[in-house]
Write a protein that binds this ligand. Structure first.
Ligand code: MLT
Length: 234
């Protein structure tokens, strides 16, 4: 029997390694594909179109952070095609002026050849404070960022800055939706997940204790188990 497709969408400066544990753990129940379309286009809308262009009629979708921004855009445009949705450490809100200003500063640093500094700054807020000294985790995250590189980082930041406010669209999402958030997520704080859970009809919120923004890498077993349950329940 053919397995249902699960499309996994990475976040900013992330690739297949973000989902390594989950793709392996879920392979027995789903055909898992990690898209790389989030690297190639300047707008969230164009990325959403590109992800769906390669997909079958119906599919499950999981996105972390920027991946969640893309997943929400896919739901808004192609709601009938999304069987199940997982929104992980993400938000439905558009950027604030302050967030956009910070992104411009990071882009300027990249243009000055300081991509390594950008990585250092980002890492300090990406993970739970207790994991900032975890060398193995840092290596995995910095290796991903280096594979992506500054040019793609700038393109991704442009797409992120231009994204629209999806909060008014949340009530239109009708598929079973799992929302996951690290309790100490500093990039897309828990209140953003609570907001999505309060507005999406068939949603379930899972909060991961002692965990920052990079849940799928900080607590890989826990996230894989929650996704397994979401894919096999109902
Ligand atoms: C991400 O992890 O995709 C980004 O940090 C999201 C963002 O900067 O808004």
């Amino acid at each position: 029997m053919r397995k249902n497709l699960l499309i996994l969408i990475p976040g900013l400066l992330c690739d297949h390694a973000l989902w390594q544990h989950q793709a392996a753990a879920l392979a027995q129940i789903s055909e898992c594909i990690v898209t790389d379309k989030h690297m190639h286009y300047e707008t969230i809308g164009r990325i959403a179109e590109a992800v769906v262009a390669d997909a079958p009629d119906r599919f499950a979708l999981a996105g972390l952070s920027m991946g969640g921004y893309i997943a929400l855009e896919i739901c808004r445009r192609y709601d009938k095609r999304v069987e199940r949705l997982a929104l992980i450490d993400t938000s439905a809100r558009a950027d604030t002026a302050d967030q956009t200003e910070k992104r411009h500063k990071l882009i300027d640093l990249c243009r000055q050849g300081k991509f390594e500094d950008v990585n250092e700054m980002l890492f300090s807020v990406l993970v739970h404070p207790d994991r900032v000294t975890d060398k193995a985790l840092k290596r995995q995250i910095v290796d991903m960022a280096n594979r992506i590189g500054p040019e793609v980082f700038i393109r991704q930041q442009q797409a992120i800055m231009g994204r629209s406010n999806q909060v008014p669209c949340l009530r239109d999402i009708t598929c079973p939706t799992l929302i996951v958030c690290g309790e100490q997520d500093q990039i897309t704080p828990l209140e953003c997940s609570k907001e999505m859970a309060s507005l999406i009809q068939e949603s379930q919120l899972e909060v991961i204790a002692d965990c920052g923004h990079m849940t799928s890498m900080e607590k890989p077993e826990k996230v894989s188990a929650i996704l397994f349950e979401w894919l096999t329940n109902r």
